[in-house]
Write a protein that binds this ligand. Structure first.
Ligand SMILES: Cc1ncc(COP(=O)(O)O)c(C=O)c1O
Length: 388
């Protein structure tokens, strides 16, 4: 590989670029995770992360990718043979479904077209029909990273309440947390799953379960085998700032800095910044004459935009041309969307000029790859950003 000047544009929808402040915060000697200095760090991040999830309940931090936290959410609350209701919003919902099936759960999958979020009406209707309460949990992906579509979590909560059903509510906001508005307590979520490598601007490697009293009560009855993921041993150690096994100490240094940065900017400002960049991106896509995958404007993701390529044009080839010519990584189409779409990540540590550089790389790439489009998307995004 020859030397490439300038910086690589990592515009996939996570992992997102890690700010220098976080890299610097992590570049210290690893400390004794059983010593007094660690307890201070542990207590600080365990308290701080609750503010990011907007919860007063405990948040468990695992040294694992998001998939581990998915598994943790299920094995701590459910027993073999339990039925869970999931919604086919895209590839990540499909993978969570597969994971649940491998654990011995029965999954009912409400079908979807990968262009809409979870349908609160369909959930309500299914729960109302479940008079025997065989469904033990409703599992929804908040920000479907494979499609750029969000699910309306507060409305799903209302659907569960309207049906008077006792099911737990489990939500994956692995790619939503700290980019899209999220309120664990207010929205009555029992377990929220998240990860480090998206809105929290950290490298991959830690993930989270935010809990509720109801989830903690369910954990006492849950019979799926667990050891590493067991909330009880985590919470017992966390009470004094420690972990039951070796934590990802340096990532926790980074998490402390990330929480600080998010709070200095202000979460509301962070969310508004993401919305504005997402809107500028969609305007550019439309000006190019291309289609945004998400069909419902109430469900547009502030984190990423998935763009549909015209029939007969391979999105992976376009991504390859852009990587080779302009040193920018864009997200691939996953699962059944492979080759049909590309995904623009506009999350985390980015500003107007980062976004405009990204859009410029795409507009040039469309020309280089011979994808039919109209020029001028970048200009439209520039005008929008200049005026707002
Ligand atoms: C919505 C969503 N869920 C789950 C995952 C899986 O997380 P991980 O790859 O960190 O295991 C991802 C990863 O991108 C995701 O975006």
């Amino acid at each position: 590989m020859s030397y490439k000047s300038g910086r690589h544009f990592l515009q996939i929808p996570g992992p997102s670029p890690v700010p220098d402040r976080i890299l610097n915060a992590m570049s210290y000697q690893t400390i004794d995770h059983r010593g007094p200095e660690f307890a201070e760090l542990g207590q600080e991040v365990l308290a701080g992360i609750k503010r990011i999830f907007k919860t007063d309940s405990p948040v468990v931090i695992y040294p694992a990718s998001g998939t581990g936290a998915w598994e943790a959410a299920l094995v701590n609350t459910l027993s073999a043979g339990d039925t869970v209701l999931m919604c086919e919003t895209g590839q990540f919902a499909t993978l969570w479904h597969e994971l649940a099936t491998k654990l011995g759960l029965e999954v009912e999958f409400i079908p979807g077209d990968w262009r809409h979020g979870a349908d609160p009406h369909a959930i309500e209707a299914r729960l109302k029909a479940d008079t025997g309460h065989s469904i033990k949990a409703v599992c929804v992906v908040h920000n479907e990273t494979s499609t750029g579509v969000t699910s309306r979590i507060a409305e799903v909560r209302r659907a569960i309440d309207n049906s008077n059903h006792p099911a737990l509510f489990l939500v994956d906001t692995i790619s939503g947390l700290a980019s899209a508005d999220y309120r664990h307590d207010e929205w009555g979520v029992d377990v929220t799953v998240s990860g480090s490598q998206k809105g929290l601007m950290l490298p991959p490697g830690i993930s989270f379960n935010a809990l509720s009293d109801k989830a903690l009560a369910a954990a006492k009855q849950a019979r799926l085998p667990k050891s590493y993921w067991d909330w009880q041993s985590m919470l017992a150690s966390n009470a004094t700032g420690y972990f039951p096994y070796t934590p990802a100490t340096n990532l926790l240094f980074g998490l402390k800095e990330a929480i600080h940065m998010l709070e200095v900017e202000g979460l509301d400002h962070v969310f508004a910044r993401h919305q504005r960049h997402a809107e500028a991106t969609r305007r550019a896509v439309r000006a190019w004459g291309l289609e945004v995958l998400c069909l419902n404007e109430d469900e547009y993701s502030p984190v990423l935009t998935a763009v549909v390529l015209p029939e007969g044009h391979d999105a992976d080839r376009l991504r390859r041309v852009i990587l080779e010519r302009f040193d920018m990584s864009l997200g691939a189409g996953l699962g059944k969307l492979k080759g049909k779409i590309f995904r623009i990540g506009h999350l985390g540590d980015i500003n107007d000029l980062t976004l405009l550089g990204t859009l410029a790389g795409i507009e040039m790439g469309l020309s280089c790859a011979g994808v039919p489009h109209q020029a001028g998307g970048v200009q439209v995004a520039m005008s929008y950003l200049a005026d707002t």
